[in-house]
Write a protein that binds this ligand. Structure first.
Ligand code: ADP
Length: 461
């Protein structure tokens, strides 16, 4: 059992772990995605501002020249040694003066490098590809690079004509990703630590939860084990008696017909006990199984009670117990399976007769209470102690095993009653006082349609 608990806890932990880890990675991804978008917006805005401020200042030709150097102080022109940046930097370059984080590159229309920031990553002369690329810088540092077309505004000589926009080359802005990468690393480790700590807690919770889940299974398993043991014991007794009689017959055959008849009667009695026990066990197994059986329909509880009163009248007169029925004029129709309802009422009635001493009385009453049909079996018998009242519905429980066996009881009668009531979504209540009788009250849901007419005889009230 503890191996099963361990396996269940491991499955719980695995499921919780996968969910936690997935959620952690998802959160990390979302956070990084939003940081990345903010970075893209920042670079895009910067590129737009630079483009607009450079447009009117760019020289006519896209090649390294003193005019270009004047427009972009601080950038190194290709083919000339890099000049140190002047202390007073013109406005358009102010935004990207942080050489730690940004670099700038100017390319001619064919993709050839014209000018670049001093520390910018070296790139081969090529046509700028997609707008966004990630470029590896010196020392492995990564940069997010954005490329846009650079235009130059040209004012025609004719004063009435509109200013023209002409393709000039390309502007590339790189933004260092070192901050973002460090942040990603930090968050990654934070996620791992949190997930590992959460998994430790989840492991403890899984162990506790698996114990909780196993409890009813363990109880059901023990109950089943007890039931199998009891059933085997109950079956063994009549079988042993039967075999003993047969063995006696074989070793010392009965001398006369009377002795033979006695022997046969004993074999038959034990055989019948076995047969009763087996059919009760089979019925219980069927009642406990999935609810396939017969369909529920409207059944007349009044008719069932009348039929059973007649059937048990002989047993009652043998036991010298008076049987009475108390019911209203109307038929009490409940929703159920007729054969099972017959069995339910019969078990209660036979028990009442069996556990009532001679001269006593058994009263079967029927009435309606709201949308429930009430059937009550009241006897003036020996009663049941409060401790036993908790256990009489357990399989094979008997207050007085000897008496029950002598009278042919299997110890399964009330378990069958309880199983039938469970299937009918009803309820059974026991009220009893030792020495002054018992009352078994059964509540069953009423049917909305009348029961089909039966061929049974009218009921004597
Ligand atoms: P069985 O009657 O075959 O022993 P049941 O399951 O029908 O088995 O009943 C279980 C036990 O409940 C009985 O052995 C008896 O002790 C007790 N019992 C049931 N009905 C009554 C009753 N009407 N009065 C007193 N005791 C009862």
């Amino acid at each position: 059992m503890s191996r099963s608990r361990m396996r269940l806890a491991a499955v719980y932990l695995l499921v919780i772990g996968v969910i936690l880890y997935g959620a952690g990675l998802g959160m990390l991804g979302l956070l990084m995605r939003s940081n990345w978008s903010a970075l893209e917006r920042e670079v895009e805005t910067l590129a737009g501002t630079l483009h607009d401020s450079l447009k009117p200042l760019l020289p006519a030709e896209a090649k390294p020249s003193p005019q270009l150097a004047a427009v972009l102080p601080g950038l190194c022109l290709v083919g000339s040694p890099c000049q140190p940046a002047p202390s007073l930097i013109p406005r358009h370059a102010v935004s990207i003066t942080d050489p730690e984080r940004f670099y700038l590159r100017l390319l001619d229309p064919s993709g050839g490098l014209i000018a670049h920031s001093p520390g910018s990553p070296r790139a081969k002369a090529e046509r700028p590809g997609p707008a966004w690329t990630v470029v590896a810088g010196p020392g492995g540092e990564r940069f997010l690079q954005y490329s846009i077309h650079l235009h130059r505004s040209h004012t025609p000589a004719d004063p009435g004509a509109n200013a023209l926009e002409m393709d000039w080359g390309y502007l590339q802005i790189g933004r260092s990703l070192s901050g973002l990468d460090a942040e990603r690393q930090r968050l990654w480790w934070a996620t791992q630590t949190i997930v590992v700590l959460a998994l430790v807690v989840a492991g403890l919770a899984s162990w506790w939860l698996s114990g909780l889940a196993m409890r009813p299974l363990l109880a059901a398993y023990r109950q089943q084990e007890q039931f199998t043991g009891d059933a085997a014991h109950e079956l063994r007794a009549p079988l042993a008696n039967l075999l003993a009689v047969v063995e006696a017959h074989r070793t010392k055959p009965p001398a006369d017909a009377v002795a033979r008849d006695q022997m046969l009667a004993a074999v038959q009695g034990q055989g019948q006990r076995l047969s009763r026990l087996i059919s009760d066990l089979l019925l219980l197994a069927r009642l406990d199984g999935p609810e396939a059986g017969a369909a529920m329909q409207s059944c007349s509880l009044t008719q069932i009670a009348c039929d059973l009163l007649e059937e048990t009248s002989e047993a009652a007169s043998i036991a010298e117990v008076q049987l009475r029925l108390q019911s209203g004029d109307d038929d009490l129709n409940v929703l159920g399976v007729e054969s099972e309802l017959y069995r339910l009422v019969s078990n209660l009635l036979l028990n009442a007769i069996q556990y009532t001493p001679s001269g006593g009385e058994v009263l079967l009453s029927l009435r309606r209470e709201g949308n429930l049909g009430l059937l009550q079996v009241q006897d003036s018998g020996m009663g049941i102690t409060p401790a036993d009242q908790q256990r009489i519905f357990d399989r094979f429980f008997r207050s007085d095993p000897g008496r029950s066996r002598r009278q042919g009881g299997t110890g399964l009668g009330l378990s069958i009653v309880a199983a039938i009531i469970r299937r009918h979504r009803g309820e059974i209540i026991v009220a009893s006082k030792p020495g002054s009788g018992s009352v078994f009250t059964v509540k069953l849901p009423m049917a909305t349609t009348p029961a089909p007419p039966s061929g049974s005889t009218a009921c004597p009230h």
